[in-house]
Write a protein of this length. Sequence first.
Lengths: 233, 80
Amino acid sequence: MKAAVILFPGSNRERDAVRALRLVCGANPSVVWHADHDLPSGTDLVVLPGGFSYGDYLRCGAIAARAPIMDAVRRHAAHGGLVLGICNGFQILCESGLLPGVLMRNAQLRFTCKDSYLRVEHSDTPFTRGYNAGQVLRIPVAHGEGNYVADPETLAQLEGEGRIAFRYCAPDGALDPKWNINGSIAAIAGIVSDRRNVLGLMPHPENHVEAALGSTDGRGLFAGLVEHLAQAA
Amino acid sequence: MKARVTVTLKSSILDPQGKAIEGALRSLGVGGIASVRQGKVFEIEVEGDDRATAEARLKEAADRLLANTVIENYRIEIAS
């Protein structure tokens, strides 16, 4: 797998992403600076990592979404290339128009840093094929603006097209407002694009790939991408 | 030319920050506040003196960056 992790000023999870890609995918990712205009040739997967690009100025992800490299990321996605946006990366994908909707301040107005439980809603995407639909994952979150909002038409489209990849749930998989950690509409934790080659999610699967950290529930996402690319090749 | 772009949340969007400010005003004892919604104001100096050109530039700025029109509205004012 040829992976590129984009580094914006204020990104802070790029090394976590690189480590997960090395450990699970056996990849040796390039780290690409936001002011570059091109991705390394042959890039299979672009990762927009977590952090606070541009200090969250204006709106989270708004300025990063207009960075020069994002035109290359849009072209990559338009050709069916894989794009994974984690946390701030999800915010950037929404701001760049690669995914619909927007991430607003958490409903409880607090930065939330803890493990969340996610229910895998569909296993027919490159990002979720390593899991079974209905499977519950324990994956950490660390964000203040993860409250997903979309208008009713967009939400109906996401539901109808099976594009809600992950929802926040109770440890047993039940949907319960108490476990919807940021107040997202329909408990949405992650969505894919209409062609299913772009995923944005607030939780950090790259942080649960090593047993020493208490859970390896994030490995399935990265392992699934390797399978997907092997099959496509 | 001096201009101002005001960005506000659409009325259909919940504003938890506005709600928190509302609560803080209540706890300060500032009475008679029915509701608060938070927005942003951009004070912009536009080059040249053609109003129509300035307005077009400001509209482009608001559409492409200053506002996220999924959740926000904006208003452009140019000082006369």
